[in-house]
Design a protein around this ligand. Structure first.
Ligand code: URA
Length: 210
């Protein structure tokens, strides 16, 4: 198993992930669980966010209080399932800027094809966190990060819910400078590029499209 991905294995994350994996978990519950899990994963992935200070008055005394430099953070969602993680992260950091990258998997080659790209400017000055629930073959994540680097991003992290060992290895080979955070690394990919045991198609589970 690749060593470098950070697995956030807090009991709450593991419990919620089990509920999401179960095939009978309804869409609304799945969506809520993903949002809650994103909060917990976000706590870990954003542990080194830059702080500034501001003078405030408590009821008893003035103090220099630490504050987030919220505008420095950009969350980039890989459509469409990335939005499920994005919503939870925005609950944590409402001032973050948001980008979207539309990629679909060619069903034959499993390669990522881009159909949409819209991100904030000055990426070179920002911490970018790319989110997609499933790091399967790694093709979409690799293509998204390559595109963000091309657009100027220098400091990037990748956050997913579930990863396959094959996807982590491919991603780390392509982007060794981009740390990966995940709730779990599963057993393997099947011939159709699905993570086993996994949770099925994250977009379908999230939006009830199957
Ligand atoms: N994308 C998904 O939604 N699920 C998988 O198992 C693999 C890729």
């Amino acid at each position: 198993m690749p060593q470098d991905a950070t697995v956030v294995d807090h009991p709450l994350v593991r419990h919620k992930l089990s509920l999401m994996r179960a095939k009978d978990t309804p869409t609304a519950e799945f969506r809520q669980l993903l949002r809650e899990t994103a909060l917990l994963l976000g706590y870990e992935v954003l542990h080194d966010l830059p702080l500034t200070t501001q003078t405030i008055e408590t009821p008893l005394a003035p103090m220099e209080a630490p504050k987030l430099e919220g505008k420095k953070l950009v969350l980039v969602s890989i459509l469409r399932a990335g939005t499920g993680l994005l919503d939870g992260l925005l609950d944590l950091v409402p001032a973050a800027r948001v980008g979207h990258i539309g990629l679909y998997r060619d069903p034959e080659t499993l390669e990522a094809i881009e159909y949409y790209f819209k991100v904030p400017g000055n990426l070179e000055d920002r911490q970018v966190v790319v989110v997609d629930p499933m790091l399967a073959t790694g093709h979409s994540a690799i293509a998204a990060v390559a595109r963000l680097k091309q657009a100027g991003a220098k400091s990037i992290k990748f956050l997913c819910l579930l990863a396959a060992p094959e996807g982590v290895a491919a991603f780390e080979a392509a982007h060794p400078d981009v740390p990966v955070f995940t709730a779990a690394i599963d057993d393997h990919l099947n011939d159709h590029g699905y993570i086993i045991p996994g949770l099925g198609d994250a977009g379908d589970r999230l939006y009830g499209t199957k």
